[in-house]
Design a protein. Structure first.
Length: 147
């Protein structure tokens, strides 16, 4: 399958469009045929490994552990791991994981949701990271509460 990969940290010049092995779904994962992915600041920070804390967070100290770029994803379920009960083949899903800049991605079931029928794959792929960032700003930093 085709994917956008990077083998070292750096500027966008490190990105390459390459043929890579198609992933398989592990026991708690869902294999997704990617229909759309979005680009956001998180992808840029991870690609550059800046701030340096990104490396310490388990993404790879000297070089990226996960070589396929991208986080936000939307697509159709192609296969599910044996512990996955909430999704089945053919379901339209969206979420936030890793390796979304590829034809297929295997994402942990806890990072996915069923795509609402009233939105496109492109719209769904633009939601996860932006929504999480907004939630953290309102709830954690803004201390917003009911009432």
């Amino acid at each position: 399958m085709k994917a956008i990969v990077y083998e070292k940290y750096g500027s966008p010049d490190v990105l390459q469009f390459k043929e890579v092995e198609k992933p398989t779904s592990k026991e708690d994962e869902v294999l997704i045929k990617v229909s759309a992915a979005s680009v956001n600041a998180f992808d840029w920070h991870v690609m550059r490994a800046k701030p340096f804390l990104v490396r310490i967070m388990g993404l790879g100290f000297l070089k990226p552990k996960n070589k396929i770029a991208g986080a936000d994803i939307a697509g159709r379920v192609e296969a599910v791991g044996r512990n996955v009960k909430d999704f089945q083949t053919g379901d339209e899903v969206y979420g936030c994981g890793r390796s979304s800049f590829a034809e297929y991605a295997s994402i942990n079931k806890s990072k996915l949701a069923l795509k609402p029928s009233g939105i496109t794959f492109e719209e769904a792929a633009s939601i996860p990271m932006a929504a999480l960032t907004a939630l953290q700003g309102l709830r954690d930093k803004g201390k917003i509460r009911a009432g």
